[in-house]
Write a protein that binds this ligand. Structure first.
Ligand SMILES: C[S@@+](CC[C@H](N)C(=O)[O-])C[C@H]1O[C@@H](n2cnc3c(N)ncnc32)[C@H](O)[C@@H]1O
Length: 376
């Protein structure tokens, strides 16, 4: 059975692991910034269509020690690349290097690319072109402590790009990080309402909505990497897509609200919701936090917020009142609700003046953040 490695932002591996287990993947093992699993190619197709916290699903094909650039060339040459694409198709190589004798990732990419194209030239007398925009076979090379893993990117680009978020405000979080954090917060879409009081372009709300309606985020995408390969099993993929669509709902079990003080980002969130399947289902409103008086709906719910962080000290000082207000509002007005907050600033999180039930370290891009969950 093939083994795959799904990558994700650091800190949400446990969300990704849970999702893969729910999908029926076998031998699921958490790593750093990813989770490996076994399954058929259908499992891989389903992971691309349905898993919300993954960035990419990689298919590792080679593992070898590499101390010199030529080690990469000779080992990559050993794999048969001609079984995936024709000579008139395109390739691209992305590399990542950490704690290794070879330090220059351009050399790593170059050696891997040379080996692949030389193999085609040897066999067919011509070679595939490199195209980083319209890539048919995306090859990923990871060199960590002189151990090299070469994988095919079955996703063919980052899965966080669902296709619905064309409009953003300041510092939007990636869609797959938002989905992973909702799971880390153990949000139950069947029993809990969702409210993001500083929603920006609406990422938490839209990811929550897709999950509540059982809409696989990959079903919104136009194409995956594996669909361009000679090994693509189109019947199996069509079956996966039908299975996904059969599970979809049309009504949210509990309401979802997104508020922001900036009218422009609320307009962006509305436009994004039109591009997803959630138009008119998620309730976006132009409203500042100070005007929020309590839960917008009866029953239990989760507040999830990624308020502004501020980079300079003066900005952080200015934001302290916002966080203090949020903490006080939650404590006094949101009985029976839970709250989850993402911020990079410890001092701002402390301004909430709440004791977290759970506390996580996660990465928002390259920014290390705190993600804390509170119960009331
Ligand atoms: C880091 S961004 C949120 C980004 C969002 N998670 C996304 O993915 O687009 C913080 C948001 O907080 C909003 N904000 C700042 N102060 C606010 C306040 N007092 N009331 C409501 N929203 C506020 C900003 O307008 C901004 O959209």
């Amino acid at each position: 059975m093939p083994r795959f490695f799904a990558t994700c932002p650091r800190g949400i591996e446990s969300s990704l692991r849970e999702e893969l287990i729910e999908l029926g993947a076998k031998g699921v093992v958490s790593g750093t910034a990813g989770v490996s699993f076994e399954g058929s190619w259908k499992t891989c197709y389903m992971a691309n269509l349905q898993v919300r916290s993954a960035s990419r699903v990689l298919y590792p094909v080679l593992d070898f020690p590499a101390y010199e650039p030529d080690h990469i060339y000779h080992n990559v040459l050993k794999h048969d690349w001609t079984k995936y694409i024709n000579v008139n198709q395109t390739i691209a190589v992305d590399s990542n290097v950490r704690d290794s004798k070879i330090q220059d990732l351009r050399i790593v990419s170059l050696k891997a690319k040379d080996a692949v194209v030389d193999q085609f030239r040897e066999k067919f007398g011509s070679r595939p072109n490199v195209d980083t925009e319209k890539t048919d076979l995306q090859i990923s090379v990871r060199l960590a402590r002189n151990a090299c893993t070469v994988s095919l990117d079955t996703s063919g680009g980052s899965l966080h790009e669902r296709g619905y978020r064309k409009f953003t405000g300041q510092a939007p979080i990636k869609e797959n990080l938002a989905a992973g954090l909702l799971r880390l917060a153990q949000w139950d879409p069947k029993t809990e309402a969702l409210l993001d009081p500083t929603c920006g372009s609406g990422t938490f709300c839209l990811e929550g909505g897709l999950r509540a309606l059982n809409i696989g985020p990959g079903t919104l995408k136009e194409r995956f990497g594996f669909q361009k390969w000679k090994t693509y099993q189109s019947d199996a993929f069509d079956e996966c897509l039908s299975t996904c669509h059969e599970q979809e709902l049309i009504q949210l079990p509990r309401p979802i609200f997104g508020f922001d003080k900036d009218q422009r980002v609320i307009a962006a969130a509305e436009k994004n919701s039109k591009l997803s399947a959630l138009h008119n289902l998620v309730k976006f409103k132009h409203q500042a936090l100070k005007d929020l008086e309590g839960p917008p709906v009866d029953g239990p719910g989760l507040i999830i917020a990624n308020p502004p962080y501020g980079e300079r000290l003066s900005e952080i000082e200015e934001l302290k009142d916002l966080y203090s207000f949020l903490g006080r509002l939650y404590r006094t007005k949101f009985k029976g609700w839970r709250m989850a907050v993402l911020t990079s600033e410890r001092s701002l999180m402390d301004c909430l003046d709440l004791k977290p039930a759970k506390s996580y370290r996660v990465f928002n891009g390259s920014i290390p953040c705190f993600f804390e969950i509170f119960h009331n």
